[in-house]
Ligand binder design. Sequence first.
Ligand code: 0L1
Ligand code: MG
Length: 241
Amino acid sequence: MAVPRITEKNPEFDISMGYQVQQELVKIKKNQGHEIFAFKMGLTSMAKMTQMNITELIYGYIFDYMNIPDQGEISIDELIHPKVEAEIAFILSEDLQGPDITVDQVMEKTEWILPALEIIDSRYQNFKFKLPDVIADNTSASRVVLGNRKFRPQEFKIDSIGVTLMINDELRANGVSAAVLDNPANSVAILANMLYTNGKRKIPKGSMILTGGITEAILLNKWDIVTSKFDHMGEISFRVR
Ligand code: 0L1
Ligand code: MG
């Protein structure tokens, strides 16, 4: 059930409180036996910032139970008002610790990149929130579908990967990976620097990072079949039941 945003009745609720709530949520999920599957960056493209009317970057966590196989299904009954967006995921070969991490350092420490579809779902009514609310809601992380193949980051230009998002054979969104902060590797660099600022934390070796939507996010309905094609990287699909 969707709920009103926290800041509606508590205008003093700020970004740092939002991240404190997010950390409590991580503790609760871990106590329930779940593991962090990936980091995620949110609101990283102009399309997303314009869509949500928010202009700051945020981070959150994707948990193991959110991972759906390629050509798998998501159940709409488990969600509120899910949307899908196409992203590039990175997997690190080494720890990445801020401050001042650069795109070149990210590229040196990236072992693999792979295509991904993120399904976001907000607990707030009508997807309406302010930044502290959405941070407390773990940046709307809900499900993720990864491509079956991984690629070396040097195999092709990482900032010019074209992506299409089709729903029921209709083209609903498209974009180029440069839409994510000029280069999705920049999103990883900013995550490392944000984690350092928020408690001198690092992104550990082997971590996966979802770098943010290349297109705006598209609302999903029961029985939708979603297919996304990435230049050089193949196709991902899933079905909503
Ligand atoms: O992954 C994202 O960019 C989502 C961030 C949260 C904003 C939203 O729910 O649209
Ligand atoms: Mg996203």
